[in-house]
Write a protein that binds this ligand. Structure first.
Ligand SMILES: Nc1ncnc2c1ncn2[C@@H]1O[C@H](COP(=O)(O)OP(=O)(O)OP(=O)(O)O)[C@@H](O)[C@H]1O
Ligand SMILES: [Mg+2]
Length: 373
């Protein structure tokens, strides 16, 4: 193994480099991050070659991938390699197609509060390299967010809504059986299409029907040479948030009678928004403790290309929204701190991030009032 050790490294440094190279090799062998080759002396395994080491903190390794490997392979196996390098975790960043920069992290970089850093676009959170995850609201796809109780779903939603509330190209809509989400929106121009609480169950269906009706009008008015409407002051982007969606369905299903099935009607309305909303400027954000099949069917899940999982109670829940996740990453996520989530979004690999924290409910209410006054 060729190693470009830096000049004037002292003896302790040299010993540390040697230790790192040995530990890296063993860890990669154990994690099966190796190329298998048959040689005259028998089969042998070759890990990614370390071509540079910067002793930290933080210590940074540059590794050249073996043929057949991609940077995502290293990312997936990082949780298996990190403990054998005596560190908490690894940050893996591609350098071109054939090298990765592996930063050895002594502590979880997400173990810190993330401030909301408002801009012209939406900030969803910050990844473990400190980069803000941002997107233009127009590019917000249908979204599903899951996580066990107290994992940070509502707090993430508060940050999202605080950013959307004051925009002149966005209209908010949706159903909130908890009654908390929409309270700061009373008296604002969004209020018409917001339903809250469980005393007036019909209100939730009415709100969704109003959005579906507007969607139908928009699709009917589409010019012949267009396949989606243009968002602007005349046609606002409608973001429909379904807080505790399974809870809402449970209550509606409990009211089912022989001739009346409100839960089914609400499911049908939401399915239509998911199927046809994208071209009509409608986006749905579903929040659930677990995106299980009885609540969010395979069709609904497939329509949501932005998928976020806060802490889940088992590996299978992660698999539900992020198929193909390495089991070590999924297992580690069952102990994630509040606000720490995995996100799958178009054009990106699975990313771990922390949601912005406004401070609490009073700060959320104040932010919405400020944005809408
Ligand atoms: N991004 C975050 N940063 C720091 N702390 C957070 C963050 N998100 C959540 N928390 C902490 O976790 C608590 C629970 O979060 P939240 O109310 O969002 O959970 P939830 O997933 O909506 O739970 P439930 O399903 O019970 O409604 C918050 O009150 C806060 O103390
Ligand atoms: Mg909540």
């Amino acid at each position: 193994m060729r190693l470009f050790a830096r000049p004037r490294r002292d003896r302790d440094g040299e010993a540390l480099v040697e230790h790192l190279v040995t530990a890296w090799t063993r860890a990669c062998e154990g994690a099966d991050l190796v190329r298998n080759v048959d040689t005259v002396t028998g089969p042998t395994v070759i890990p990614p070659k370390l071509v540079d080491i910067t002793l930290g903190p933080p210590t940074v390794l540059i590794a050249e991938l073996q043929p057949g490997m991609i940077p995502a392979d290293v990312t997936a196996l990082a949780p298996r390699i990190a403990p054998h390098l005596d560190v908490h975790s690894l940050r893996v960043e591609p350098i071109g197609h054939r090298h990765v920069r592996v930063t050895l992290l002594d502590a979880d970089p997400l173990d810190t509060l993330v401030q909301l850093d408002p801009g012209t676009d939406l900030m969803l959170g910050r990844d473990d390299a400190g980069h803000a995850l941002r997107l233009d609201p127009i590019d917000l796809p249908h979204t599903i967010t899951q996580g066990v109780t107290r994992s940070g779903k509502s707090v993430w939603t508060y940050a999202l809504l605080a950013q959307l509330a004051g925009r002149d190209d966005v209209s908010l809509s949706g159903c909130d059986p908890t009654g908390l989400l929409w309270r700061p929106f009373r008296g604002t121009h969004h209020a018409d299409r917001l339903s809250a609480g469980l005393t007036d169950l019909d209100a939730h269906e009415k709100v969704l029907r109003a959005v579906v009706d507007e969607m139908d009008d928009r699709i009917r008015d589409l010019p012949d040479d267009r396949d989606q409407i243009e968002i602007g002051p005349a046609r606002l982007l409608i973001v429909v948030v379904l807080e505790e969606y399974p809870g809402l369905l449970r209550v509606l299903d409990a009211g089912k009678t022989r001739g009346d099935d409100p839960g089914q009607r609400v499911r049908a309305l939401v399915s239509r928004l998911l199927a046809e909303g994208a071209k009509a400027g409608v986006r749905v954000v579903i929040l659930a403790q677990r995106a299980e099949a009885s609540v969010v069917g395979a069709f609904e899940r497939a329509m949501c290309s932005l998928r976020i999982s806060f802490r889940t109670d088992n590996r299978a829940s992660v698999e539900l929204l992020h198929p193909g996740t390495d089991p070590a990453i999924a297992d580690a996520h069952t102990t994630a701190a509040p606000g720490v989530a995995l996100i799958t979004r178009p054009g990106h690999t699975l990313t771990r991030f922390r949601a912005p924290f406004l401070g609490g409910y009073p700060e959320y209410a104040a932010a919405v009032r400020r944005a809408t006054s």
